[in-house]
Design a protein around this ligand. Structure first.
Ligand code: SAM
Ligand code: SF4
Length: 351
């Protein structure tokens, strides 16, 4: 399976003009209200669970322009998408990101959008925080897998912890609420989970722990680093009082309140628990491919649709492409030496 032909499907299901504001609902009755917009697959770090040390990125000529990204965002908002997350790769290395945030941010003020957020490694957050806040961004997710300088470099291969911490501090000073994302890695940072909970609690940050997912070939075998979060939760329960919080935001995380530190702790467990029933999201790559699921390869080339038929054609394509949204992902850590479940890296699809 791979690229789906929109042209044929479009003819079969082309909506009437006055239908264009109909909400986007897939064949399983899930309403799509959340778009993850990857603005680049490039990154200034090389986190070892995410990428190889030597990566081949998309040629720049394949990228959607900032104007095209804005047009596609508008098309989704017109069809009921109320939350957009800018991501990548590292979104803050994309030239024009501030303009894109400003453009999309205008839809926050009565234009149909409820929230504009960003996932970043924070190396450049200090330079962008103020503009992001002015654009309407209120919270950001920051990846931070270790609070130890050497270990941070070991995991990110090229990262400087001090720069990331300065970015986080600048974000906080600019008024952004911060959620830390930490990928739990056996033998690499599992002993830092408890200190990270305390560090986040002290600063009023939420923390989400993520199981490593089999996306794209990397230099090592993910099986060696896979740390099931159900076991982590059981060990944490011996140290802390963990209270389940009912709110599920339609996202994949389950939330706990850590009573002693006040930290809101999210657990993203695609491998130990499937989270697809309430899925409300789709993902657009920087080259304009729309993926209906992180864990499947079916996609639609919205760049070609946009360039050949304009914004109206994108509107029309959205109905038919949603029919291809699969019921659930099929991730599993398949054992030593097995190929990843999905060939493309998280940095391409947009985390
Ligand atoms: N560069 C930004 C960052 O790191 O926050 C945004 C993109 S990154 C791909 C988004 C999130 O995906 C990060 O929290 C990262 O830790 C996570 N991630 C990347 N590869 C992953 C993998 N194979 N399994 C689980 N999480 C992964
Ligand atoms: Fe870059 Fe984010 Fe991937 Fe790390 S996780 S290499 S910061 S895209």
């Amino acid at each position: 399976m791979g690229e789906l032909s929109v042209v044929n499907r479009m003819n079969a299901t082309a909506p009437q003009r006055n239908d264009l504001r109909r909400p986007l609902v897939d064949t399983f009755g899930r309403r799509i209200t959340y778009l993850r917009l990857s603005v680049t697959d490039r990154c200034d770090l090389r986190c070892r669970y995410c990428m190889s040390e030597v990566m081949t990125f998309m040629p720049r000529s394949e990228l959607l322009t900032i104007e095209e990204l804005a047009l596609i965002a508008d098309a989704f908002i017109a069809r009921g998408v109320t939350r957009i997350r800018l991501t990548g790769g590292e979104p803050l290395v994309r030239r024009g990101i501030d303009d894109l945030a400003r453009h999309i941010g205008r839809r926050l003020r009565g234009g149909g959008l409820d929230e504009l957020t960003l996932t970043t490694n924070a190396t450049r957050l200090a330079e962008h925080a103020r503009v992001l806040v002015e654009a309407g961004v209120r919270r950001v997710n920051v990846s931070l897998d270790s609070l130890d300088e050497d270990r941070f470099r070991l995991i990110s291969r090229t990262g400087e912890l001090a720069k990331v911490l300065a970015g986080i501090e600048a974000g906080r000073a600019a008024g952004l609420a911060i959620k830390i994302n930490m990928v739990a890695l056996k033998g690499l940072n599992e002993d830092e989970i408890e200190p990270m909970i305390r560090w986040c609690g002290d600063r009023g940050f939420d923390l989400t722990l993520i199981e490593t997912m089999p996306l794209g070939v990397i230099d090592e075998d993910r099986t060696d680093r896979y740390l099931p979060l159900d076991g982590v939760r059981d060990r944490l329960a011996e140290r802390f009082t963990l209270e389940a919080i009912a709110d599920r935001t339609g996202g994949p995380a389950r939330y706990l309140q850590v009573r002693e530190t006040g930290t809101r702790l999210g657990l993203i467990t695609p491998l130990t628990n499937n989270f697809c029933d309430g899925c409300n999201r789709v993902r657009l790559t920087a080259s304009g491919r729309l993926y209906m699921c992180l864990g499947h390869d079916e996609r639609v080339d919205l760049k070609t649709v946009l360039r050949s038929g304009g914004r109206g054609a994108v509107d029309e394509a959205l109905d038919s492409v949603l029919m291809a949204k699969p019921e659930r992902h099929s991730f599993r850590i398949a054992g030593h030496g097995a190929a990843p479940a999905v060939g493309r890296h998280m940095s391409v699809t947009g985390g």
